[in-house]
Write a protein that binds this ligand. Structure first.
Ligand code: ZN
Length: 183
């Protein structure tokens, strides 16, 4: 801003070092001292006016803290979901391995029967036999009163079968809950 002869005059005392720096500044730009001081004052005032207020900085800091907290929660949730998935994977693997174990023998042909034969196909694995095992899982009226021995697998490992059934129930239940949560 050009200064005129009739402009107001400012008398201030400044440290000698600042006075020396001002001299260097005006000489480098071939300015008068008045022009150099006026320019520097204007630039200084503009910079101060552009500075975010303390309130603005606090608001911004609060927002960043909230975002950080949210990110931490999301990270923890993602980690928990990953751990749960790994656990589920292990359960399935264990169940798959257990289901392949022999749990007894077919009462008709005496062939070894695996957990999968009882739980999934519900039939004797021997193609020449193919006896249904449905009555092993669903109690019949006759079975409620007296044990119908012809319907039981020979040497049936009931504990193994119950463990398999329990594990299957947990996994089906977990999948059901997950499908509900996903909708
Ligand atoms: Zn059979």
């Amino acid at each position: 801003m050009p200064t005129e002869m009739g402009a107001p005059v400012l008398y201030i005392r400044i440290p000698p070092e600042l006075k020396r720096q001002l001299g260097v500044y005006k000489d480098e730009r071939a300015q008068t001292l008045t022009a150099a001081v006026t320019e520097l004052l204007e630039r200084g005032l503009a910079a101060v006016a552009d500075e975010p207020s303390v309130e603005e900085r606090e608001t911004r800091a609060t927002r960043l803290e909230e975002e950080l907290a949210l990110t931490r929660i999301e990270l923890a949730e993602a980690n928990a979901a990953l751990t749960a998935l790994r656990g589920r994977e292990l359960e399935l693997k264990t169940l798959g391995e257990r289901a392949e174990l022999t749990v007894g023998h077919c009462p008709s042909c005496r062939k070894a029967v695996r957990g999968t034969d009882v739980l999934l196909t519900q039939r004797c694995p021997n193609p020449d036999c193919g006896r249904s095992f449905k009555s092993l899982l669903l109690p019949t009226k006759a079975g409620a009163n007296s044990v119908d021995r012809t319907e039981l697998l020979v040497g049936l490992d009931r504990t193994e079968l119950l463990v398999l059934l329990g594990a299957l129930g947990i996994i089906v239940g977990a999948a059901y809950v997950q499908s509900r949560a996903g909708n």
